[in-house]
Design a protein around this ligand. Sequence first.
Ligand code: ZN
Length: 243
Amino acid sequence: MSSSEPACEAVVLFSGGQDSSVCLAWALSRYGRVETVGFDYGQRHSVEMQARKVVRSQLAERFQDWKGRLGGDHILEIRGFGAIADTAMTAEREFELTDKGLPSTYVPGRNLVFLTYAAALTDRRGAKALVGGMCETDYSGYPDCRREALDALERALNLGMAQDFRIETPLMRLTKAQTWALAKGLGGDALVNLILEESHTCYRGDRGARHDWGYGCGDCPACELRAKGWNAWVEAGRPELAP
Ligand code: ZN
């Protein structure tokens, strides 16, 4: 990184999925310089990694205001964590509910680990804001998506790193339908179409079939959630939500 590069203001946890793509657009609309961080934790599919590259490059190409604001991308390798987690995200396991009532796709404490790594990076990059797509609504009850857990982590990070970071979660109270509305509010139909075509959500890494709501297998929990949100947004008349 050269010293003439603008100072980083926000780091976005960016997976290439629908939610984090909207978060990246949200951050680009309010910060002068935004960098992204992604995690290689031994995912079953490299489709996500490909989607990250495409979404980033198209955000810069198609949105002139955002082009100069999009800074570097950081991939952090945390495969040791993926090995511990060993759930349906990283191993061949069926999608089902565990005895805690959580989907088998849940990786214990994943967001806490991601945010701790991201905070160390954010410290090094000189930024104050960490932006993530965590959401309490429409989710499957993942405990590390709760704002209360993130408030506690924010406090621990600030105490432990002598910082004043803010963990910003623009999707926290939105339904999946409202997330599409926010995308429209941020970048109009151009952003909706970019996210529809290029973001990747399917747990199976399937991009074989194009549905109304984008690509995916159509029957994993992530596809079902995405389809439901899209259909609800379309039925509501594709409303726009101001950021
Ligand atoms: Zn799927």
